[in-house]
Design a protein around this ligand. Sequence first.
Ligand SMILES: [Zn+2]
Length: 256
Amino acid sequence: MSLAESFRKYPQFSNSEVAETIGNSKSVRKLGPSDFFGPVSSWAKDRERIYGETIVPRHVYVIDLPKGQKHRVAWVYHEGFTPDNMPFCQHEIACDCSGEIEELYSPEEKEAVIEECPGLMPALELQALAVNKALQIDDILQHALKFHKETPMDEQPELIQAFVGASLFHLLKNDYLYPRSWIANVESGWTMTALASKVLNVPGEGVEWAAGELEQQDIVQIESPVISLSEKMKQKLEEEKARREMFKFFEGQMTA
Ligand SMILES: [Zn+2]
């Protein structure tokens, strides 16, 4: 199944949209998964009740708006069946606009609501910063490798090129193996150049260049602006996972 055919309630943002909107961060705070209230929670309950789906919040952000209003954005586990009866199970972003977006038919109308959403971009930005910090990407790039953002990636030292490529691969691998940890993407299984650029704190062109190198090695596939792991790499990760589980099983047998 190609990326374009995948079941996606949120249309894909354009890179320029992310670049323009992101950075205008409003007052946004991270809450615990138990703070999953308001319209986004009603959307989840409705889907569970009407379609028998399962929706579990993993990360919850709240954006404080004027006049005491709040807008919640969450990263949720979502399992169910598509309209053509195909099972799906993924992690995805949801927000207080989710119910409204679902009632709209055309992608243009959905995009208009997303553009107006006061929470999506600030929450994505904060999560991108959190992932950058957790992986110490900035520390390594700026302090250890003396990364100069202005230099094009193809003119950067090999060590920096390799580090950016390895970090991008690490993000996608992490998303594939542990999607609940959330690499600041819109839906598990793929990310966008602009969002990866935010997480890595590397210009979009640099991320594209690194992704291009990984594509040549059949590690990722690119359907610009979407980057995802290649089918070959996913297969390899599945084999590694199966091997690890087998070792664990035998270890258990030996110590039992
Ligand atoms: Zn929203």
